[in-house]
Design a protein around this ligand. Structure first.
Ligand code: ATP
Ligand code: MG
Length: 277
């Protein structure tokens, strides 16, 4: 891959309310994986700000550092160099324990592979983070049910992942990410395993959460069609951010869905790819 002098971002986002302080701020963040013989510079000086209520798509070729970035944003990993301010607090130097605490209250994570426990019902999967967060037993069930309701799956609470379509499994995973009431949702290729209609259904949920609840959403995607549902798009190349633009002609999932070929109720179950088997 060529490493020509970096182009300036084509356009800086202009829809961002300047008054509100950034919820996410990275200053010259580097991440180097040290494999002994070789060192991999996965992030090479990333500076960015994301404000509350933004919906950002993160794009870029395989290996460009997207997941590394998400792991740092999600406090799953720490920068090798540079600083990360989360809601104004410098979290780059915190201990693993402190990071875990922040993560469990502020951040929800959604992955391409859903990562649900196979022998555990949808409701119990959603409840898990409440246990880690120390939520009293009496409240857990209520919170989990409310989160399942938010993704339209209240009627599937007792189902196991293998009894759910791919789209439904991803909705359970979103409910699990929401159950502790985070302000930031990080989704790493949430539609990577889903067919196109189901992907738009997932976008409908993310857009709804972003609009109605003001949830800040950062979503990695390889698909330009899916990035169109975000408000802002960043492109990474070789560990650097090369583009940061407003999404033009943003798609609204609730408007797009009726124009897509529909599947009948039974068909929906059969369409999703099952990754839990
Ligand atoms: N735990 C790790 N140890 C060593 N190297 C790693 C590790 N995780 C990622 N890398 C390397 O860091 C670079 C960036 O990886 P990353 O997973 O962030 O890319 P990505 O943009 O998410 O790619 P993809 O689109 O394939 O998911 C790659 O060269 C990768 O091989
Ligand atoms: Mg990745």
């Amino acid at each position: 891959m060529s490493d020509t002098p970096s182009k300036l971002p084509e356009e800086l986002p202009r829809n961002v309310p300047e008054a509100s302080p950034p919820t996410i701020r990275l200053e010259e963040v580097h991440k180097t994986y040290d494999l002994g013989e070789v060192k991999v510079n996965a992030l090479r000086g990333v500076s960015l700000e994301i404000r509350a209520g933004e919906f950002v798509a993160v794009m870029g070729a395989s290996g460009s550092g997207k997941s590394t970035l998400m792991n740092i944003l999600g406090c799953l990993d720490k920068p090798t160099r540079g600083r990360y301010f989360l809601d104004g607090q410098d979290v780059s130097a915190l201990t693993k324990n402190d990071l875990a605490k922040i993560r469990s209250h502020k951040i929800g994570f959604v992955f391409q592979q859903f990562n649900l426990l196979a022998r555990t019902s949808a409701l119990e999967n959603v409840e898990l983070p409440t246990i880690y967060a120390g939520v009293p037993v009496a409240e857990r069930d209520h919170l989990a049910k409310a989160a399942l309701e938010q993704v339209g799956l209240a009627d599937r609470a007792g189902h196991f992942p293998s009894q759910l379509s791919g789209g439904q499994q991803q909705r359970v995973a979103i409910a699990r990410a929401l159950v502790n009431g985070p302000s930031i949702l990080l989704a790493d290729e949430p539609t990577g395993n889903l067919d196109s209609r189901t992907s738009v259904e997932i976008m409908e949920i993310l857009q709804k959460l972003n609009e109605a609840k003001g949830l800040t959403v950062v979503m990695v995607t390889h698909e330009p069609d899916i990035a169109q549902y975000a408000k802002r798009a960043m492109e990474f190349r070789d560990g650097r951010m090369r583009r940061d633009v407003l999404v033009q002609n943003r798609q609204i999932a609730a408007e797009v869905l009726p124009t897509l070929p529909s599947v009948d109720e039974d068909g929906v179950e059969a369409l999703g790819k099952d990754a839990s088997a």
